[in-house]
Design a protein around this ligand. Structure first.
Ligand code: NAD
Length: 295
């Protein structure tokens, strides 16, 4: 296939490289010359505009920072929808607000194009290794067309339903993760303060009703769980600033939908304090430092 790839940053760069490695012709565009150069070294054809990259493409993949970038890249005068031929498959893998995702879907559909929102989890390591999880929203027909590409860039691919549902899945999942990391941090801080060895609390809780994914995989206490960022001075992993972005997106979605999510709101407020204090580059599990009064 001929694939246009817009947004060749930390995630998009390796994702595009995996499409090249699988034998596709990939033409890329990014506003940053250094990212374009890095992509060129990995076999991506460099283009000087969105329209040049998209013209004649069978599929377009975008990996951009936020909703406003996605709206501009798709719906702008020289954007993807203006430049792509009818029948082109459009895939946005950025993590963005549900409203923007649904707006762009509508514009694509009105122009006769099939669109999927397909945010990912798995981080830069997953993008490099081609082991991302894709949460996909869009029609059955579009999903079947996109699946072979997702299977190159990722390992788990879930069709979450219609337009925007990929983004809904992403923000709901990460709201659970943010809240559960705070719960684990509070419980381990309380236990330790009361004289309970974290090893013992883990041995009990990880096999009891308090167990959760955050505890089993990202325990914020060093020396117990091998995959924890706590073992490497909270080097991310999943940066606190990224967790804050996703918690804000879930709050935006909750507010637009009129759904009360008080724990999600509290998690967003706590991660906001932590990030504003200069900790955005630490792993999100480092929030335990704020809970325990260390930061
Ligand atoms: P990044 O900032 O490294 O890359 C984004 C790229 O988009 C940049 O190179 C930027 O120049 C480019 N860009 C912005 N506007 C553009 C435009 N108008 N035209 C062309 N290029 C444009 O960000 P990233 O870490 O690659 O993240 C991308 C998306 O993936 C975000 O939505 C993020 O939330 C999501 N995500 C990131 C991670 C992660 O671990 N980094 C994990 C999961 C999801």
């Amino acid at each position: 296939m001929r694939i246009a790839f817009i947004g060749l940053g930390n995630m998009g760069g390796p994702m595009a490289a995996n499409l090249v490695a699988a034998g596709h012709e990939v033409r890329g565009f990014d506003l940053m010359a250094s990212n374009l150069e890095a992509a060129a070294k990995r076999g991506v054809g460099v283009e000087s505009s969105i329209s040049a990259a998209v013209s004649g493409a069978d599929a377009v993949v975008t990996m951009l920072p936020a909703g406003r970038h996605v709206r501009e890249v798709y719906c702008g005068d020289d954007g993807v929808i203006a430049a792509a031929g009818k029948g082109t498959l459009l895939i946005d893998s950025s993590t963005i607000d549900v409203g923007s995702a649904r707006t762009v879907h509508e514009a694509a559909q009105a122009a006769g194009m099939k669109m999927l929102d397909a945010p990912v989890s798995g981080g830069v390591a997953g993008a490099e290794a081609g082991t991302l999880t894709f949460m996909v929203g869009g029609s059955d027909e579009a999903f079947e067309l996109g699946k072979p590409l997702f299977e190159i860039m990722g390992r788990n691919v879930v069709h979450a339903g219609g337009a925007g549902n990929g983004q809904v899945a992403k923000v709901c999942n990460n709201m659970i993760l943010g809240i559960s990391m705070l719960a684990v941090s509070e419980a381990f801080t309380l236990g330790q303060t009361l004289g309970l060895d974290p090893d013992k609390l883990f041995a009990i809780s990880s096999k009891s009703s308090g167990s959760c994914w955050a505890m089993l995989n990202h325990l914020p206490v060093p020396g117990i769980v091998e995959t924890s960022a706590a073992n490497r001075d909270f080097k991310p992993g999943f940066a606190a600033a990224m967790m804050l972005k996703d918690l804000r997106l879930s709050q935006q979605a909750a507010s637009e939908a009129g759904v009360a999510t008080p724990l999600g709101a509290e998690a967003a407020a706590l991660f906001s304090m932590f990030v504003n204090a200069g900790n955005g580059e630490l792993d999100y599990s480092a929030i335990i430092k704020m809970i325990s009064g260390e930061k």
